[in-house]
Design a binder for this molecule. Structure first.
Ligand SMILES: Cc1cc2nc3c(=O)[nH]c(=O)nc-3n(C[C@H](O)[C@H](O)[C@H](O)COP(=O)(O)O)c2cc1C
Length: 199
């Protein structure tokens, strides 16, 4: 087992294989889609596809956007632990990233997080922003839907930035005979350790 990284703000060691996978699969738009699992208040798993929106600057936090009215919101508030599962078809590798989830809402008091929420809203396309004006997700269908995109500079109240801070990463590469599997763990002293595993 190798111990690497003394500082949690340094690039975690799994960032370089993940960056390589993103690069190798860049021609596939769906390689930026992954599944994020959370836990319901009944202790059951809940899973959905979500778009990778890059890393938060100078951190190892993965960014997503979501709607504060969606089912995942109370789940994360109740149990802020999640796992992302991300398969890259071209390079045939899987990353499972487990860690703490943070919802950055309109009520955010941390100035840097509030700024990142605003910046993320401004980066979205009009069609992505429009979805946040649709009627309440998961409720019985009620047409018609709004068609005019909201203000590009000011997030709507239900817009959320969602952050996943991985503390355990499992990387499986199907290519290779035999396959390769590595486990990355953030230890209590904030160092990452890496262990090669049997696939
Ligand atoms: C390709 C694809 C990308 C999606 N991207 C997002 C996303 O970035 N954020 C999001 O909240 N939901 C996204 N969704 C919708 C979710 O999968 C899910 O249906 C929705 O968030 C409601 O989930 P919940 O009831 O568990 O909260 C996407 C769905 C698909 C198929």
């Amino acid at each position: 087992m190798d111990a690497i990284n003394r500082n949690e703000n340094e690039l975690a060691p799994w960032r370089s294989p993940l960056a390589r996978a993103l690069h190798r699969n860049r021609s596939l738009v769906y390689s930026r889609y992954l599944q994020l699992a959370t836990i319901t208040s009944q202790g059951r798993p809940a899973n959905r596809t979500i778009v990778f929106r890059g890393f938060r600057t100078k951190t190892n936090q993965i960014q997503f956007v979501t709607d504060a009215r969606s089912q995942k919101f109370p789940q994360i508030n109740h149990q802020p632990w999640g796992e992302a599962c991300w398969y890259f078809p071209k390079s045939r590798e899987q990353f499972r990233l487990a860690g703490h989830l943070t919802l950055v809402t309109q009520q955010e008091t941390d100035a840097s997080l509030a700024q990142d929420r605003l910046a993320m809203w401004q980066q979205l396309s009009d069609s992505a922003r429009l979805q946040f004006t649709w009627p309440e997700p998961g409720q019985p269908r009620c047409d018609p839907f709004p068609e005019v995109a909201p203000e590009a500079n000011q997030p709507v109240p239900n817009f959320c930035l969602l952050l996943l801070e991985p503390s355990q990463v499992d990387h499986l590469e199907l290519r290779g005979e035999p396959q390769n599997r590595s486990s990355y763990t953030l230890q209590a002293d904030r160092r990452w350790t890496v262990q090669a595993l049997n696939p």
